[in-house]
Write a protein that binds this ligand. Structure first.
Ligand code: 5AD
Length: 472
């Protein structure tokens, strides 16, 4: 009989990508996707621990899955991802009904471990980093639902030591994928219909050819964006059918001139960059060990925007880091205005296990964090609105990803700068997977609407569902 899996994913793009690899590993063993957890023989929870009370969230989800596990004999429950890596064996003690705990580097072992569990093996935790022989599971084009846009991993782990961040602990130190493997995977995806690739890595622009990184470990300390820029050039050269190239998340200290030059040279490189800043206060940046000053960040951002006119930027910001004063926060607001971010992910600082910032003490009160977060949101929202409004009346190239959610008859895609556009196509045309020109007729809170040539406006345009409207 055919076995069925259900994968539940929390957290970042990296985790979404890992969940896809988990599914591929299982499908290769003949598993198929179950429509809901209750129909699955194997439940996988892919967890995140970068923020929030991740473990708490996991424990409450496990609580809801437990009855399923108890009802149905032979069902296997696996916990994967960063909480799995962080907790390891401890998780099996806290939740004895869990069968498998699996770190991010142990995905290939999943089928064998599931089989052992089915045969009655005791619960087991596998959380071993593949430092000696790093593996990058290959992403293949989806046969079941073809995709327009896909992620490709270029490096994993993180050698930065940002004092708030648990990632170096849960994902290990940096390992780089070979350019041949990266280009090969992209070529395969593009041959399968993908038009846009986003290169993925914790500090994606610190990429080195793996052989160089191994020979000169100390070189990792130096900014290395010339190697990354070289990788971008090679991808564009060797995969001529690739329409758009993006990367996330870069570290500001590796945004050096050679990388800015690549943005100028390569038309496929999209005119948007997500560049996490975290704070606008030098004092806080130092405490965070971010290794740049506010002014350095601003100069690099401005150099990029000057070199590539029309490029927009978004960022990540933490409010309420230990010791953050009102004046520090004011400096963050000023930086947001000065760079002119069109979007930002804003987070309240949350203490994470095993991180150096735990020792700083001097915690900012929850009410102060809430209040700063609200002010920051309001500023970002204002800048986003202003930016989207400037696009009304312009023509934009939109890469159409598929029908819009809900029954609107529209199609949803993204501009080169990653703004979401809900377009009306000409009668009977399905533009999915193509680049179309759309004239923008309206700006919503977090998205735009537009018309393709030959389309006519319906009498009352139905507004798209709000929850889909995030500009990243
Ligand atoms: N508290 C709050 N936000 C955090 N981030 C990472 N660690 C923490 C933490 N302990 C945020 C950073 C990072 C994003 C992925 O998550 O802004 O860029």
């Amino acid at each position: 009989i055919m076995k069925r899996y259900f994968v539940q994913t929390f957290g970042c793009q990296m985790n979404v990508h890992d969940s896809r690899r988990i599914e591929e590993v299982l499908r290769a063993q003949g598993y198929r996707e179950a429509e809901e957890p209750s129909l699955a023989d194997l439940l996988v929870v892919n967890t995140c621990s970068v923020r929030e009370k991740a473990e708490h969230k996991l424990m409450s989800l496990l609580g809801t899955l437990r009855p399923l596990k108890e009802q149905k004999r032979g069902i296997v429950l696996a916990v994967a991802g960063c909480v799995a890596q962080q907790e390891g064996e401890k998780l099996l003690k806290k939740a004895p009904f869990v069968d498998l705990v699996l770190g991010p580097d142990n995905i290939p072992e999943l089928p064998a471990l599931v089989q052992q569990a089915e045969q009655g093996a005791p619960p087991v935790a596998r959380t071993v980093f593949d430092m000696e022989d790093p593996q990058f599971l290959k992403a293949s084009p989806r046969a079941d639902r073809p995709e327009v846009s896909a992620f490709v991993t270029v490096m994993k782990g993180c050698d930065e030591r940002c004092t708030f961040c648990i990632v170096p602990y849960t994902r290990g130190s940096e390992r780089y994928r070979s350019a041949d493997e990266i280009v090969g995977e992209i070529a395969g995806l593009v041959a399968g219909g993908v038009r846009e690739i986003t290169l993925l890595g914790q500090t994606v622009n610190s990429w080195h050819p793996p052989e160089e990184a191994d020979l000169k470990p100390s070189s990792r300390r130096a900014p290395s964006s010339s190697q990354f820029a070289g990788l971008l050039r090679r991808i564009v050269r060797e995969v001529p059918d690739l329409a758009r190239l993006r990367y996330t998340s870069p570290h500001p200290r590796h945004l050096t001139d050679p990388l800015i030059q690549a943005h100028v040279e390569l038309p496929q490189l999209c005119t948007h960059l997500h560049l996490p800043v975290q704070s606008g206060s030098d004092r806080i940046l130092r405490q965070m060990a971010r290794r740049y000053t506010a002014q350095e960040y601003i100069s690099r951002a401005k150099a990029l925007m000057a070199a590539k006119p029309g490029l927009t930027m978004s960022t990540d910001i933490i409010v309420g880091f230990p010791g953050e004063t009102e004046e520090d926060f004011q400096q963050t607001l000023r930086l947001v205005e000065e760079v002119g971010f069109v979007a930002a992910f804003c987070f309240k600082y949350s203490p994470r296990p095993y991180t150096p910032a735990l020792k700083l003490g001097d915690e900012v009160g929850e009410d102060v964090k809430d209040e700063r977060l609200a002010r920051l949101f309001a500023l970002v929202e204002k800048q986003q609105q202003k930016h989207l409004a400037t696009l009304v009346g312009t023509e934009q190239q939109v890469l159409i990803e598929g029908p819009s959610p809900g029954d609107t008859g529209r199609f949803t895609g993204r501009t080169e700068r990653n703004e979401i556009v809900h377009v009306i196509a000409a009668e009977g045309v399905d533009p999915t997977g193509t680049l179309v020109r759309a004239s923008i007729d309206e700006a919503f809170r977090h998205s735009l609407s537009g018309l393709m040539p030959g389309a006519s406006t319906p009498p009352s345009p139905s507004k798209p569902a709000r929850k889909q409207l995030t500009v990243v």
